[in-house]
Ligand binder design. Structure first.
Ligand code: FES
Ligand code: FES
Length: 218
């Protein structure tokens, strides 16, 4: 147990993301299943979800609380930013992963956390840019490419861009139709460029950002 108070508690669960240069993503339904089982066991009616491998159990929260507000006020994961607050800039993008028991698979999708109510992420696993990689555990190749291509200046938009690109890579990797050349992802160059079409940058300029994204395309 890392932390506990009247409203919520935090404990560590197995990491959602195995992010390294060889594997862009490895998501397993295990912790979602575990969370749901525990929720049934305890019958607490609490919200239970994971953020970057940490299990959160929230027993009391205002229904209007957004995921972004919770992330920035109650967790150490401050990379999602409040830009427009209305789903238009992409600064707050996170990856949501949810186990679908009917299809027996994990569904992954990116979402604007400024428009996502905390109550709607029950049973989900949330991944922010820190969950992809960080200075302690090592940066993800996406971070490294953004740095290498000089695709970030003030950095305000960068975490959202990285997660948007990561989400596109995840989606592409699930496409069984494509067989990329060895060492390449299944993401096409066009898809890589479009991955950040919903993310705004006010200072870097889009050429180096697009180049960093396209470097993952095949
Ligand atoms: S803050 Fe702009 S999309 Fe969420
Ligand atoms: S790097 Fe400053 S807003 Fe994009």
């Amino acid at each position: 147990m890392l932390f506990e108070c009247d409203q919520w508690k935090v404990e560590r669960v197995s990491p959602v993301i195995a992010a390294n240069s060889d594997a862009f993503l490895s998501v397993t339904p295990t912790h979602n299943t575990v969370m749901e089982e525990k929720q049934r066991e305890t019958g607490t009616g609490s919200l239970v979800f994971a953020i970057n491998g940490l299990r959160f159990e929230v027993s009391s929260v205002s229904p209007s609380t957004t995921l972004l507000e919770f992330l920035r006020a109650q967790t150490p994961f401050k990379s999602p930013k409040l830009g427009c607050g209305e789903g238009g800039c992409g600064a707050c993008v996170v990856l949501l992963s949810k186990y679908d028991p009917v299809l027996d698979q994990v569904e992954d999708f990116t979402a604007s956390s400024c428009l996502t109510l905390l109550c709607s992420v029950n049973g989900c696993s949330v991944t922010t840019s820190e969950g992809l990689g960080n200075s302690k555990d090592g940066f993800h190749p996406i971070h490294q490419r953004f740095s290498g291509f000089h695709a970030s200046q003030c950095g305000f938009c960068t975490p959202g861009m990285c997660v948007s690109l990561f989400g596109a890579l995840v989606k592409a990797e699930k496409n069984d139709q494509r067989e990329p050349s060895p060492g390449f992802s299944k993401l096409t160059v066009v898809e890589a460029e479009k991955a950040i079409s919903g993310n705004l940058c006010r200072c870097t300029g889009y050429r180096p950002i697009a180049d960093a994204c396209k470097s993952f395309g095949s």
